[in-house]
Design a protein around this ligand. Structure first.
Ligand SMILES: Cc1cc2nc3c(=O)[nH]c(=O)nc-3n(C[C@H](O)[C@H](O)[C@H](O)COP(=O)(O)OP(=O)(O)OC[C@H]3O[C@@H](n4cnc5c(N)ncnc54)[C@H](O)[C@@H]3O)c2cc1C
Length: 449
């Protein structure tokens, strides 16, 4: 074979493979390493399928032996990884509001950032949002993503229906109304049951929110007033660097009920109202944050901490989070605080939030009103990796459940013992994916460990 023939043949092989994937549904096979949003995790495949329709999703699923759905890439661990194929539904981005049923159905490519203004324009809202709107509804609900609020369940508690393509390429629908326990097992699905194509969410009439930040709340106030402090707004977050027994900032988001005046106290449990807009991370511009200082605004421009078209949080960072029973929240805070000299050097900031209990099998707040202790770390994995087992040891007496989408080092055994519905969940996964098409290394370790 001469050089010209060799080049022609090898191009045909390369483009043949590439085009055949394009023929299925459209795909990218990228040369350079693909990472998650934070850049701390490199995906193990460059095969990314980009279907344009549900029929395309079905074709991709049928044609792949191994496959994992990818959302907006905001998870910090390998939960969305695959060594063979990933599928992103970012081109499926339709939204349908059903005013009569008070629900909205979104395709899996829709982010909260796109959904929220659409709902608001039509007079509706979802009950809560995470700290950022950049994540997809499907990806966030698959991992039990949450905001704050003593009465607010995590975002997946708003899910009333799901449509997904299961391992054999079939389209399956599940609903809260008709499918009972099966539905509760599928909602926080960890991407294991199938590729979700549509999610239906409960909506409520749109509402306005006012946000105020207080500075320097002595953590000791939580000993007797934890519930009162976290009930002082619709959504409340405390930030701490674990130094000086202090929450450096308290973010309170209050719903403005029509006709009712809203009052902000100048002092709050020893903290004082901030006189300028703040970012939770010292040295970062508050421009990236949602409006504060009590200025009223629509729910979706106040419930997240970060604005849609700006970098949320730090950007170059790692995150971990542990859910403990709220009733033992202060005790758990004291346990973590004991490690302050090991934690603070590697920390940007910690955040404390509350989540109402739910009945979704794999939710971190399953049957437990929770306090979530979150860590935004500097991108220093070798050091953070040493601190996490120390935190997990301190939190062991509280049966802490790590956030599925963030970094943890807990061994599979202790992790499994935290989920009483794990056996039923595995059985449900087996029904929809008998040969483990959607099972990846993360699930093998942490769910099948
Ligand atoms: C700056 C920042 C701030 C954050 N703030 C919060 C916060 O306030 N609260 C909180 O709880 N979390 C928070 N997170 C974590 C984040 O919400 C979760 O990682 C969430 O799962 C990310 O959604 P995603 O769309 O990026 O999905 P990915 O990270 O891409 O995927 C997450 C999981 O969903 C599955 N998945 C995605 N799409 C589908 C689909 N169509 N079908 C089936 N499975 C699917 C994936 O397989 C994977 O298992 C934050 C993350 C970042 C980077």
């Amino acid at each position: 074979m001469n050089k010209r023939e060799f080049l022609k043949t090898s191009c045909a092989v390369v483009s043949g493979g590439f085009l055949s994937r394009l023929g299925v549904a459209g795909s990218e096979q990228q040369e350079k390493a693909r990472t998650n949003w934070a850049g701390n995790y490199t995906y193990s495949t460059n095969n990314l399928h980009l279907p344009k329709s549900v029929a395309d999703v079905q074709k991709v699923v049928k044609s792949c032996d191994k496959l994992k759905a990818l959302g907006a890439r905001h998870s910090f661990n390998g939960i969305a990884d695959s060594t063979a194929n990933q599928i992103s539904l970012k081109q499926l981005d339709q939204m349908t509001l059903d005013k009569k049923a008070r629900t909205v159905t979104v395709e899996a490519g829709v982010t909260y950032g796109r959904l929220s203004p659409y709902l608001d324009e039509n007079g509706y809202a979802v009950h809560n949002l995470a700290s950022l709107p950049h994540v997809t509804v499907a990806g966030a609900c698959a991992t039990g993503t949450h905001g704050s609020g003593i009465k607010n369940g995590n975002l997946s508690t708003a899910v009333s229906g799901l449509e997904m393509v299961t391992a054999d390429g079939e389209l399956v629908t599940l609903s809260r109304e008709k499918d009972g326990e099966r539905f509760k097992g599928a909602v926080v699905g960890l991407g294991a049951l199938g590729v979700v194509t549509k999610v239906t969410l409960d909506v409520q009439p749109t509402f306005m929110v006012s946000q105020v930040v207080y500075e320097n709340l002595p953590l000791g106030q939580l000993e007797k007033h934890l519930d009162e402090i976290f009930s002082s707004g619709y959504s409340v977050s405390l930030f701490t660097d674990w130094q000086n027994h202090m929450a450096t900032q308290v973010w309170i988001k209050r719903r403005i009920e029509p006709g009712a005046a809203i009052h902000w106290e100048p002092e709050f449990f020893g903290a004082t109202q901030a006189t300028q807009k703040l970012h939770p991370l010292a040295g970062h511009s508050a421009e990236n944050c949602t409006e504060q200082m009590g200025t009223p605004g629509p729910w979706y421009e106040r419930l997240p901490h970060f604005k849609m078209n700006f970098t949320p949080s730090s950007g170059a960072e790692l995150q971990s989070e542990y859910f403990v029973p709220r009733e033992r929240g202060y005790e758990a805070i004291l346990a973590v605080e004991r490690l302050r000299e090991s934690i603070t050097p590697h920390l940007f900031i910690s955040e404390l939030r509350t989540i109402a209990a739910d009945d979704l099998w794999m939710s971190e707040a399953y049957k437990r009103p929770s306090l979530a202790i979150h860590f935004t770390w500097k991108p220093e994995w070798p050091d953070v990796k040493k601190v996490l087992p120390m935190i997990e040891e301190q939190l062991a007496p509280f049966e802490a459940r790590p956030h599925w989408a963030k970094l943890f080092t807990m061994a599979p055994g202790p992790l499994e013992s935290k989920y009483e519905k794990l056996v039923e969940y595995r059985a449900l996964v087996k029904e929809y994916d008998p040969r483990g098409k959607f099972r990846n290394a993360f699930l093998s370790t942490n769910v099948y460990g």
